[in-house]
Ligand binder design. Structure first.
Ligand code: SF4
Length: 636
């Protein structure tokens, strides 16, 4: 349902005159409803407090469905950038007196955008200084609507659509003029909101269908056995994995023992789970993960919105990045967490249209390397997280479990990172991984970070810098100062798995071509077969991968090779399941040791030895190999 919210009757009248609506009065608001058009109109009364009370009361009385879309529509004052009659979708809503803001999540839409300020009294001269590149509007209700609304509703389902009725010059439009202004802009708005509503409904149906099927299968199986709650959860997990790994219901049922007349005991239920797990793992279909990603039908539009902390609005790195994205909306924010950590984020939309957040890191610049990461025998192993989130979208990526959303945070104060690095290097050499929580090389066209770290390393030989990447950016490799203490580390996967799991990343051939160029230029080269995934035909896929590598590179090109099977912390896996509900990787029946989920030990060894043996056949020595095994972390 679409719920429109207006403050005064002349605004409401524009909607009432177009639809046949039934009126219901409540304490603090009036509600009009058209069942036929699935449309509600909430009339709050003017002013921020009335709006907040009405919205709160509405949300207490009426439950919110995941398909509901809320839109506050009304008149506003504009600044000199706008004209009477212009209509805008608002990218931020700020309370004028306190400066507190909320940020609706806006995705592809046909309207111009603005920043909206809610004042307690009519604004008769615009006084917000120009920041960012959006026009500024003033109203008296939006912030009151937004605060209760954002507590219950996803910011991507909340819209603030404002039509300029005056240029803050004291002009008061007549009720008839207000109605006309709204009427003129109503049709395009409603067309857009209807389209959003349909998209949402389709998305929810598609996403809920597999779960209904799995629940009903689990119910059928559990009816014949004595299952504890934990066992039932495991059964559902196995069925979910089987479903996404391409096994049919018939195949699964054929693997189960036939039910008898007497209910099965708990012991038999446990045996059933074991049998089911081993059946699922040995018979997962080659169509694992369902649909391969189709880039042409799902193009991404990254960084249409750039949120910039006020402190760094004029920072040279901010200016450089903004100049490379001239068509994006620039929205000033107090702190990056106001956007990055907000509640109820729309992960599926952020996957397609991530926003960029430019900020200042005031905390830690360098961290000690984590146990699940390889140290390559280096004593002072550190990593930095100057960019959070990645341009690529790998289904198995732990970042989806680590961060609350898919937007990308970029810390622009690189000078502070290098100052800290100077201090560290004054005490001891450092082995630094600068591209763990993002892929900096892939972002080189937009961010100066990868280049800046490499240039620093080229003049500081006591720093060993690892730049891990799945990119194939030849110009980037060619423009950098080459140095042996810079390790270009390319993560490689079989092409089939690149297509299925590593969305938007370059092909294997392109990565290898760039790796070869890196060697020619004089960088150290590391190849990373990490994570190795337990997929159907894993042995063939990974041994062919290694053969393909040595059709381009020779063993002497490589400084070292890192190998590791997929592993992820329990908490991150929980989030990954939500972020990637239809990917089999997140539903695999992992073993859990000390909070790390991993394949069974024997399976880890099988997968690692396939790759290791093929590498050795091609002339890689044991000294060049670094393996991550479950015991390696010291935790498992
Ligand atoms: S390239 Fe690396 S950091 Fe980027 S999404 Fe893939 S796994 Fe994550």
């Amino acid at each position: 349902m679409i719920i429109l919210i207006t403050a005064i009757f002349p605004e409401a009248n524009a909607i009432l005159s177009g639809f046949s609506m039934k009126k219901v009065a409540y304490n603090s608001f009036t509600l009009y409803e058209s069942e036929q058009d699935a449309l509600r109109l909430l009339l709050t009364g003017s002013g921020k407090l009335n709006a907040a009370m009405a919205m709160t009361e509405y949300l207490t009385i009426h439950s919110v469905s995941p398909q509901d879309i809320f839109c506050n529509i009304g008149i506003c004052g504009g600044d000199s950038d706008s004209s009477v009659g212009d209509a805008y979708l608002c990218a931020s809503v700020t309370e004028l007196t306190t400066g507190k803001s909320v940020y609706p999540e806006l995705y592809h839409h046909p309207f111009p955008e603005a920043r909206l300020f809610t004042s307690d009294t009519p604004v008769t001269s615009p006084f917000i200084k120009q920041e960012g590149n959006l026009p500024v509007l003033y109203d008296m209700e939006a912030y009151g609507v937004a605060v209760p609304l954002f507590r219950k509703v996803m910011p991507s389902h909340c819209f603030f659509y404002k039509i300029v009725s005056d240029i803050c010059d004291g002009t008061v439009p007549s009720p008839e003029a207000v109605t006309k202004l709204i009427q003129r802009q109503l049709a395009p708005l409603l067309t857009y909101l209807k389209m959003k509503e349909e998209e949402l409904s389709l998305f929810l149906t598609e996403n809920n269908a597999p779960q209904h099927k799995i629940d009903s299968m689990a119910k059928n199986i559990a009816a014949d056995y004595t299952f504890s709650t934990t066992m039932e959860r495991k059964l559902k997990g196995l069925l979910t994995y089987a479903f996404h790994a391409g096994l049919s219901e018939q195949e699964l049922f054929s693997a189960l023992p036939k039910p008898t007349d007497t209910p099965h005991k708990k012991k038999e239920a446990l045996q059933l789970l074991d049998a089911l797990e081993s059946f699922v793992l040995t018979n997962k279909s080659t169509s694992d993960s369902g649909k391969p990603f189709d880039l042409s039908s799902d193009p991404r539009r990254p960084f249409r919105h750039i949120y910039v902390e006020r402190d760094v609005l004029t920072h040279p790195v901010t200016r450089q990045i903004l100049s490379r994205l001239p068509n994006s909306s620039v929205i000033p924010v107090e702190h990056y967490k106001d956007v990055f950590n907000r509640g109820k984020q729309d992960l599926s939309m952020q996957e397609k249209e991530p926003s960029l957040i430019l900020a200042k890191n005031n905390g830690t610049y360098f961290y000690p390397g984590a146990p699940v990461c390889q140290s390559f025998g280096e004593e002072h192993f550190m990593y930095t997280s100057c960019v959070m989130n990645c341009l690529y979208d790998c289904d198995y990526c732990y970042l989806q479990g680590m961060y609350p959303g898919r937007n990308m945070v970029v810390f622009v104060n690189l000078e502070d990172y290098f100052k800290e690095l100077d201090t560290l290097l004054a005490n001891h050499p450092v082995y630094l991984c600068c591209s763990y929580d993002s892929d900096l090389a892939a972002l080189n066209g937009l961010l100066p970070h990868a280049k800046a770290f490499c240039e620093y390393a080229a003049t500081h030989p006591e720093l060993r810098l690892e730049l891990r990447t799945k990119s194939a950016a030849l110009p980037f490799v060619r423009e950098l100062p080459a140095a042996k203490n810079i390790i270009m580390a390319f993560t490689l996967s079989p092409d089939e798995l690149i297509c299925r799991y590593e969305h938007y990343t370059p092909s294997l051939r392109a990565r290898l071509r760039t790796a070869k160029e890196a060697v020619k230029r004089g960088f150290s080269l590391r190849l990373c077969f990490d994570p190795i995934l337990d997929v159907p035909n894993a042995s063939e896929l990974y041994s062919t991968l290694v053969d393909n590598v040595f059709s381009v590179l020779s063993p002497e090109d490589l400084t070292d090779v890192s190998l590791g099977v997929f592993r992820i912390s329990k908490d991150y896996l929980k989030q990954l399941k939500k972020a990637k509900p239809s990917c089999s990787v997140s539903h695999y029946p992992y073993e859990l040791t000390n909070n790390v989920c991993h394949y069974r030990k024997e399976r880890c060894e099988e997968l690692l030895s396939v790759v290791r043996d093929t590498l050795c056949r091609h002339g890689i020595t044991e000294n060049q190999l670094f393996l991550w095994t479950p015991d390696e972390s010291g935790e498992i």
